[in-house]
Ligand binder design. Structure first.
Ligand SMILES: Nc1nc2c(ncn2[C@@H]2O[C@H](COP(=O)(O)OP(=O)(O)OP(=O)(O)O)[C@@H](O)[C@H]2O)c(=O)[nH]1
Ligand SMILES: [Mg+2]
Ligand SMILES: [Zn+2]
Length: 287
């Protein structure tokens, strides 16, 4: 029977199958599987002995958050606490763009904590990146219905720093799940994460929503040469520069640099790109 892994904690797996949740184990012969079974995977399991016998190849697989077979990624970024960071949104979008069959959407949370002007500043950046975005206040519920409308028939995961309100958004959408949320702390950093495990909630026919742990830092599992393909706002100039493999750095006749000069691409986005490029170029260990 084809079931879906909705929780994977150590060697305890829960699968969802036709409206029921089962605690299942992996088959003793782990060599069946060429990788770890993770949340979102489809597996074959036997209802009599509750053993997973087969891992069905996934259409996509994210490393962080660790989840398989998603259709959409909600990139959650708060307007404040923690502060909005265009560098981080662009980094997360780059990651999402690098994964096949995933549609990235940006959700700006905590819009109640900033002025209208500050919010305008944020939305201006997102508009120049030509990304689909939504604005929410998870505490009042403002903007949350628009998110609900996106979920039907899809598997949606969340991605974002710790404390941006991923779990709070789930509570705003589905109070019954009663997710634990954490106080925002300026100290932030490691050890302050409230959600610790990826979990997938079945919320309707073929519809799943995932809560995920946040990060305090994120390294792109990409090579520098891949950035021009995936970096938001920049990837659309692919093939328009003088050099076919233009990295948009010191090359002449570069369409990206022209776009910056013409105001079509935000200067900050281009500067972020350069920063991310340098960082990715420096990193030795790849996932
Ligand atoms: N004012 C305001 N506070 C919010 C909003 N969304 C979340 N919060 C608060 O922000 C804090 C962190 O929210 P969480 O939902 O725990 O954040 P998270 O992204 O799940 O964090 P991790 O699980 O650590 O990754 C909590 O105190 C929430 O009540 C919002 O839209 N407005
Ligand atoms: Mg959480
Ligand atoms: Zn270029």
């Amino acid at each position: 029977m084809k079931a879906r892994i909705i929780s994977a904690f150590r060697s305890n797996f829960k699968v969802y199958f036709e409206g029921e949740i089962y605690d299942v184990n992996l088959s003793g012969n782990l060599r069946h599987f060429n990788r770890n079974v993770i949340v979102g995977d489809y597996v074959t399991f036997n209802q009599d002995d509750l053993i997973i016998s087969e891992l069905i190849p996934a259409k996509n697989l994210l490393i962080r958050p660790k989840i398989a077979n998603i259709d959409q990624l909600l990139i959650i970024m708060s307007a404040k606490e923690p502060d909005f960071s265009s560098l981080l949104v662009e980094t997360f979008l780059t990651y999402a763009n690098s994964i096949e069959y995933v549609k990235p959407l940006v959700v700006i949370s905590k819009i109640d904590l900033v002025s209208k002007d500050k919010l305008k500043e944020i939305t201006n950046i997102l508009e120049k990146l030509a990304v689909e975005y939504y604005l929410v206040n998870n505490l009042s519920g403002e903007g949350v219905e628009a998110i609900r409308g996106l979920l039907k028939g899809k598997t949606t995961a969340m991605m974002g720093q710790t404390g941006v309100g991923k779990s709070a958004l789930i509570n705003a959408l589905y109070p019954a799940f009663n997710r634990r949320t954490g106080e925002y702390s300026v100290r932030g950093g490691r050890g302050r994460h409230t959600t610790r495990e990826v979990i997938l909630f079945p919320i309707g026919e073929e519809t799943f929503l995932s809560d995920t742990p946040g990060f305090s830092s994120f390294t792109l599992p990409l090579q520098k040469e891949e950035l021009p393909l995936y970096y938001p706002g920049i990837n659309k100039y692919l093939g328009e520069c003088f050099f076919n493999d233009c990295q948009h750095l010191s090359e002449h006749n570069c369409a990206v640099k022209e776009a910056v000069n013409e105001g079509k691409l935000a200067k900050t986005s281009y500067e972020n790109y350069q920063k991310v490029y340098d960082e990715v170029a420096k990193q030795k260990i790849q996932y």
